[in-house]
Ligand binder design. Structure first.
Ligand SMILES: Cc1cc2nc3c(=O)[nH]c(=O)nc-3n(C[C@H](O)[C@H](O)[C@H](O)COP(=O)(O)O)c2cc1C
Length: 241
């Protein structure tokens, strides 16, 4: 039974004999969610910009539409870790980022860089936001803001929307050690269905480079998002089928 069937069953039992138009509405919504090749990606100010950049590359090459939100602290981290200086203006950031990624043309329809107060962005509303969102890397500050429903900027609002719409939210946190407060916030979000995925790559694939370690993490992230990836084989398989 797929998610459409589950939704339809619930709707039928809730509304049987009252209003069959709901069937059409939910059929539309379920198909929309299942075929939706859009993802919200937030780069927040934790160390590990390489993970976020690689996730973006993989999503774009898998033909996803990516709504990219970059915090001010993330821009500091990108400058330090990648010598990548992104301006605050989303349009200018997109041009520089596209050049950095080696994209021949700026994919206007695939990469949508949003400003921190772009309240008219689709990610700001449950009626239009992608149902999948990944924060990579995720700072403890951003985690706390989500755990408390702050919605004080577009990234926080986008996470709040995904939570209220019961979508998929994946937080690739990076900090060490964790304080009790970090752990409480993570537990709170985990109990709400959020996937807490620490940036903690394994070593059993015998990495030869930093890129191999990054790809290990990114492969796990893409697996969780349901995005096909050929970076790292599943455990127990020599190669992906
Ligand atoms: C170079 C650098 C590395 C940082 N690394 C981390 C980190 O690994 N984890 C973390 O939670 N915060 C880290 N911080 C602190 C966050 O950037 C800071 O708490 C910031 O307010 C987070 O804001 P944001 O969540 O809006 O991006 C780092 C800051 C800098 C400048």
């Amino acid at each position: 039974m797929n998610s459409y069937d589950t939704i339809l069953m619930r709707v039928n039992s809730d509304f049987s004999g009252i209003n069959h138009d709901y069937n059409e509405y939910w059929r539309h919504m379920a198909n929309y969610a299942e075929n939706d090749k859009r993802i919200t990606l937030v780069w927040s100010g934790a160390s590990g910009a390489s993970y976020g950049i690689r996730v973006l590359e993989c999503l774009l090459s898998s033909d996803y539409v990516v709504y990219l939100l970059i915090s001010s602290a993330a821009r500091v981290v990108l400058a330090i870790e990648h010598c990548l200086k992104l301006p605050a203006s989303p349009e200018a950031a997109k041009v520089i980022l596209s050049q950095y990624l080696g994209l021949k043309t700026v994919p206007t329809d695939k990469l949508i860089v949003c400003g921190k107060e772009d309240w008219f962005s689709p990610v700001a509303s449950g009626s239009s936001a992608p149902r999948k969102m990944v924060v990579c890397p995720c700072s403890m500050g951003f985690l706390a803001a989500i755990a408390h429903g702050m919605s004080d900027n577009l990234s926080e609002r986008a996470a709040d929307v995904v939570l209220k719409e019961r979508g998929q939210l994946l937080l690739v946190v990076r900090e060490t050690p964790f304080s009790t407060l970090h752990l409480i916030n993570m537990l709170k979000l985990s109990k709400m269905g959020v996937t807490i995925m620490p940036a903690a790559p394994g070593f059993y694939h015998q990495p030869q480079s930093i890129e191999d370690l990054v790809d290990f993490m990114v492969a796990r992230i893409l697996d969780h998002l349901g995005v096909e990836q050929g970076l790292v084989s599943c455990w127990g398989y020599d190669s992906r089928v």
